[in-house]
Design a protein around this ligand. Structure first.
Ligand SMILES: C[S@@+](CC[C@H](N)C(=O)[O-])C[C@H]1O[C@@H](n2cnc3c(N)ncnc32)[C@H](O)[C@@H]1O
Length: 263
């Protein structure tokens, strides 16, 4: 069992400036870039590693929507398709005891609880673009007794060092990222050699055919028809064991692959 001071040290050893990659140091209420002196606020224990000017386009829309939606989001898990869907995800991810696991849009922490409930015991970390979701996540994790390091950051510019995690995954944020290729490359960068990487999101079928009238109406205004396509073409050729699967009767897609050993 590690104590809060060790946890903070460990978080610091993993964190880097999201744009320069420089190391950081804690002072009272902020993190400081050791080379440039640039500071990032730490809000109620959650480092804010995101500059306002870097959040625009669909990322900004998502951030605003989820800041508001964070109050109601967990109802989806209470009353939704959750149980079956969560089991399918956990089984596919197969985290090993002691793995370092990063979820790159952690939301309110439901996937971390899911992994814990399926007996997977690793060191969990999560980032999200929405502070509202992270605040709820922190409260949830406390209530559930799940430990995780949280940070507010864009999945397209992760504030972690290279080769830090055994498993990197993403559920439900990907379809609307501004730069999906950057998000895939960031997952690969922070994954260790041999890391397992998983990306999951809603499918075209669900949005355009199976969902309610409101979602179908909104989907008419979406930027293009490729929004809900699994990103297989974005996975670099040197990645191993690239798999595409359908989850929950085709409502969601999943793309999994492995980062090669340096060898
Ligand atoms: C549908 S929720 C999924 C949350 C969680 N993964 C789950 O399965 O319950 C989508 C999440 O993606 C986050 N998100 C959207 N764009 C993001 C980005 N560019 N970087 C990080 N998080 C992002 C949202 O704030 C939201 O919390």
């Amino acid at each position: 069992m590690i104590n809060p001071a060790q946890e903070r040290e460990e978080m610091l050893s993993l964190l880097r400036h999201p744009n320069t990659g420089n190391r950081l140091q804690f002072d009272d209420s902020s993190l400081e870039d050791t080379m440039t002196g640039e500071r990032f606020l730490v809000r109620d224990g959650i480092p804010v590693m995101l500059r306002k000017e870097d959040v625009f386009g669909w990322n900004r829309k998502q951030q605003k929507a989820y800041d508001w939606g964070s109050y109601l989001y967990d109802l989806l898990y209470k009353f939704g398709l959750a149980k079956r869907w969560l089991s399918e995800i956990a089984e596919m991810m197969a985290v090993r005891t002691g793995d370092y696991v990063l979820e790159t849009s952690v939301g309110t922490g439901q996937q971390l609880l899911n992994l814990r409930n399926h007996g997977f015991d690793g060191y969990f970390f999560g980032n999200d673009i929405s502070y509202g979701m992270l605040r709820k996540c922190r409260k949830n994790l406390e209530k559930w007794g799940v430990r995780a390091g949280l940070v507010q950051a864009n999945a397209e510019a992760l504030p972690f060092r290279d080769e830090a995690f055994d498993v990197v995954f993403q559920v439900g944020g990907f379809n609307f990222f501004n730069d999906k290729e950057a998000a895939v490359n960031e997952m690969i960068r922070v994954g260790k050699s041999g890391a397992n990487l998983h990306i999951i999101d809603e499918s075209d079928t669900r949005i355009r055919e199976k969902s309610g009238i409101l979602t179908r109406l909104i989907s008419r205004f979406l930027p293009d028809s490729d929004v809900f396509k699994p990103p297989v073409t974005l996975i670099p050729d040197n990645m191993l064991d690239v798999k595409e699967a359908e989850l929950l009767d085709g409502n969601f897609w999943m793309v999994s692959f492995q980062k090669p050993d340096k060898g």
